[in-house]
Design a protein around this ligand. Structure first.
Ligand code: 5GP
Ligand code: MG
Length: 208
């Protein structure tokens, strides 16, 4: 596999206090657009090229984690022009807050992955707890190889020893929403990745 370093979207940090580019409707909820639609599209295309090259001769099964991967997955696999199978695992952390709570599996894998090349696709790698648990669940099913692909990687927050093989963007330690990622089930439909205003989530998580 060609290991390419994760792309650090240029100027990500400098955008953190700049509300320009945030559509008017979302200006009171978001601090900034961290990754634009165009940047996402470019990066997803190049990830797809890499995956296509690496799995051309393999029996590829993509296992996507619900629900945050919807947009990333749909954009990615439409550009991976090799035969593949697709299945989903539902993982949910208890609580609607911005910290990773206890993990619950809400949907189990249905495809047989034995002897196949599995690529787990997730939205964001944070502490690493989710991916670690999912890997532990898939290993006993004896895939030939198990690799991971995430759109976003918050490297500075890692607790578990887990890395993604394919990373869209390495991002700073901020809470992001959009392009499938939610806060309390909202904002998934934003076509870009934005930073949720901490004023907003403090007011939502503090009992009134
Ligand atoms: P981990 O288990 O690696 O700590 O966290 C992974 C999960 O936490 C992600 O799949 C995602 O659901 C959630 N998460 C972590 N950071 C963020 C974030 O900045 N924004 C959103 N919306 N979810 C996040
Ligand atoms: Mg998730």
């Amino acid at each position: 596999m060609r290991q390419t370093p994760p792309v650090r979207a240029q100027g990500l940090e400098s955008r953190l206090s700049n509300t320009r580019g945030v559509p008017a409707r979302w200006r009171s909820d978001l601090d900034c657009v961290l990754i634009s639609q165009a940047q996402i599209a470019r990066r997803v295309r190049s990830l797809a090229r890499e995956i296509e090259g690496d799995y051309r001769t393999r029996d590829l099964v993509i296992v996507s984690l619900l629900n945050g991967t919807v947009m990333f997955l749909a954009d990615l696999i439409r550009q991976v022009s090799i035969p593949l199978r697709l299945d989903f695992i539902g993982v949910s952390s208890y609580g609607a807050g911005t910290t990773s709570g206890e993990l619950v599996f809400t949907k189990e894998l249905r495809l047989d992955v034995k002897g196949r090349d599995v690529l787990i696709v997730d939205d964001i790698l944070d502490t690493g707890r989710t991916l670690k648990r999912v890997i532990q669940r898939l290993r006993p099913l004896k895939p030939r190889r198990l690799r991971t692909c995430v759109l976003l990687d918050k490297t500075s927050r890692r607790i578990e020893k887990v890395n993604a093989d394919y990373v869209g963007f390495a991002i700073p330690d901020v809470f992001v929403v959009g392009y499938g990622l939610d806060y309390a089930e909202r904002y998934r439909n934003l076509p870009f990745v934005g930073v949720l205003s901490d004023r907003l989530y403090t007011s939502l998580t503090t009992p009134q």
